[in-house]
Design a protein around this ligand. Structure first.
Ligand code: S3P
Length: 162
């Protein structure tokens, strides 16, 4: 399965929980990017801009999709056409969109200097959120309301994936 959703929606934590519960591997695309290129996400953004980051993200996503793992993606993966098409065209994994209201997400991510796109004015982050909503919905097979416990979210996704 693949988890998508905005920054702060809990993709990484929930993917780890699901993986532990099902005894499968957990693969975090951001983490794979930093391992493969031996640098931080912020460094990639500052050296190569968002476009450079998206290309690397696409490469890593592309080489991860054949793995039997719970895959946690970065929040902007759906904004890059090639990555969005890749997600939509694969059939190995069901895709779960983790949904939460903007303010909840913003309170979790504001000022996080490891997330270049969260570390800017509220209005700009809000615009990103608004622009992405339809993309998340179009890519997701299921929309998961995350305003409940991590335990409940984990179980819901496991049940839907069966
Ligand atoms: C991004 C989200 C981040 C990371 C990068 C860009 C985005 O991942 O991929 O900073 O464009 O929303 P998380 O969603 O795990 O924070």
């Amino acid at each position: 399965m693949i988890l998508i959703g905005f920054m702060g929606s809990g993709k990484t934590t929930i993917a780890e929980n699901i993986a532990r519960e099902l005894n499968v591997k957990c693969l975090d695309i951001d983490e794979e990017i930093t391992k493969k290129y031996d640098t931080s996400i912020s460094q990639i953004f500052s050296k190569e801009g968002e476009e450079g980051f998206r290309k690397k993200e696409f490469e890593v996503l592309n080489s991860s999709l054949n793995k039997d793992a719970v895959i946690s993606t970065g929040g902007g993966v759906v904004t890059y056409k090639a990555s969005l098409e890749l997600l939509k065209s694969q059939s190995k994994h069901k895709i779960f969109y983790l949904d939460a209201p903007f303010q909840v997400l913003y309170d979790r991510i504001k000022g996080d200097d490891t997330r270049p796109l969260a570390n800017q004015d509220r209005e700009k982050v809000h615009a990103l959120y608004e622009n992405r909503l339809e993309l998340y919905k179009s890519a997701g097979d299921f929309t998961i309301d995350t305003e409940k416990s991590i335990f409940e979210i984990t179980q819901e996704i496991i049940d839907l994936n069966d």
